[in-house]
Design a protein around this ligand. Structure first.
Ligand code: PNW
Length: 448
């Protein structure tokens, strides 16, 4: 028997605009930094882009029908800023707004409550040309965009997430350049972290002012990874503590406590202006965690540019992406986070959790992804155990509904419950889809 979750728990799936929509220049959409970045030779391993992706822009009704079959009651998607404002400012595009009207209405017709992310990495290129997230002016534009979507969709959207994974944006996008906009500024990237946190706060304020007819539920979706020192050598322990501050603390403590961790403060200090920390620390209706795996950190040798490095985690199953499968670490993270923050911690949501396996349909058209079933079972059980220990977790959104464009990995990593043939756009629910459907159905039976 599957573990029983509290009534009202959201079992969902999660996606992002650039990874699934395609139609990158349809209906007046402006270019984003991902359109630019994917055109650079070598930026994406298979030379691909999100230009077509899952063609969800045209096939959204079929995709929402699949969610209905799955029986999920939640769907986390993202709104493409350059579809709403092609250059990141000015009057909204009626066709862009109309697409998300259709998507949201379709979800509600299938009993699926929308969770909208405002920024899942597709910055309008025009704003990047003015400095992107290094430029404080981008925050003002983001707040205006938030007010537009809050006003338009606020009556129907259950949950809001202003920014997806500010740490991944800062580090992958601006510090090492593996993601758009492809800048490799190392520690000079740190103002981006502060600006993204401010953008979160300004968007939360704008949403609370613009949503009509209901009180919006506003949270975040931060990527967190428990950090394991490579050994008990003090050098490894110290390197782990520093990287933990950069990856986890720098983004969590300002949102929940209104301050940066002491040992990372010098890195952002120059970017902070009066009142910023109050703007960042807006009340949160939920704290969303995107969890994939723990990371193992060691100190580096004398000739290396950075003081820390990643070391392999051995002794656990591995996804095809090479990420270790450690569901206990999710349970630990939930339990420890509650213990650390107590009253400062809002209800938690797992806003992403999932795994990549390169499994194709067999001769009968069956996609036998037992490893994903094991992954989901382990991680849902980890959440159930944390709830039993008193942690208030309200939802689990599986990454992802369907195979999609996995950023710098292109189409080589398949995270979906639904297989997508990118030549024909045929969707094939995998065995894991069926497993999740039965899991959700069992919860409904408990409730009766
Ligand atoms: C997240 N890392 O990205 C994103 O929110 C999704 O868009 C993405 O498809 C998913 O996880 C799977 O990768 C991440 O370097 C990208 O640790 C990189 C990292 C973590 C998450």
């Amino acid at each position: 028997m599957p573990p029983r979750f509290p009534p009202g728990f959201r079992f969902g799936t999660s996606t992002a605009s650039y990874q699934i929509e395609g139609a990158v220049s349809s209906d007046g959409k402006g270019p984003s930094i991902w359109d630019t970045f994917t055109a650079k030779p070598g930026a994406v391993v298979d030379g691909s882009s999100g230009a077509q992706a899952c063609d969800h822009y045209h096939r959204y009704a079929e995709d929402v029908r699949l969610m209905g079959e799955l029986g999920t009651n939640g769907y986390r998607f993202s709104i493409s800023w350059p579809r709403i404002q092609p250059s990141g400012k000015g009057r909204p595009s009626p066709k862009g707004l109309a697409f998300y009207d259709r998507l949201i209405d379709e979800c509600l017709e299938h009993g699926v409550q929308p969770m909208a992310t405002l920024y899942h990495w597709d910055l309008p290129q025009a704003l990047e040309d003015d400095g992107g997230w290094l430029n404080r002016a981008t925050i003002e534009h983001f707040a205006e965009y938030a007010a537009i979507v809050g006003d338009r969709f606020g009556d129907r959207v259950e949950h809001w997430v202003p920014i997806n994974e500010p740490n991944v944006i800062t580090i992958m996008g601006y510090a090492i350049g593996m993601h758009a906009p492809g800048r490799a500024l190392m520690f000079e990237a740190m103002p981006v972290a502060h600006h993204l946190l401010l953008a979160h706060g300004r968007a939360a304020i704008a949403l609370r002012e613009s949503v009509r007819g209901r009180i919006p539920s506003i949270g975040c979706a931060n990527n967190h990874a428990p950090m394991w020192p490579a050994s008990d050598d003090p050098a490894d322990v110290g390197a782990t503590k520093l990287f933990d501050g950069l990856w986890n603390g720098l983004f969590m403590e300002p949102l929940l406590l209104g301050r940066y961790p002491e040992d990372t403060l010098p890195l952002v200090e120059d970017a902070i202006q009066d009142g910023d920390m109050t703007t960042i620390r807006q009340p949160l209706d939920f704290y969303g965690v995107n969890y994939y795996n723990p990371m193992r950190i060691g100190a580096t040798e004398d000739d290396s540019e950075l003081p820390f490095e990643f070391r392999p985690i051995v002794g656990y199953p591995m996804t095809d992406f090479g990420w270790p499968v450690v569901p206990e670490a999710l349970r630990e993270w939930l339990v420890m986070t509650r213990a650390r923050f107590r009253a400062a911690l809002p209800p938690l949501m797992v806003t992403e959790s999932g795994c990549a396996y390169d499994i194709e349909p067999d001769e009968h058209g069956v996609v036998d992804d037992q490893a994903r079933i094991d992954y989901l079972e382990g991680h849902l059980e980890a959440v159930a155990k944390a709830i039993q220990r008193g942690v208030d977790v309200r939802g689990y959104y599986c990454w992802s509904l369907m195979d999609n464009f996995e950023w710098a990995e292109g189409y080589t990593q398949r995270f979906g419950l639904v297989h997508v043939d990118f030549e024909t756009q045929q969707r094939t629910p995998k065995r894991s889809f069926d497993w999740y459907r039965q899991f959700i159905a069992a919860q409904k039976q408990y409730a009766e």
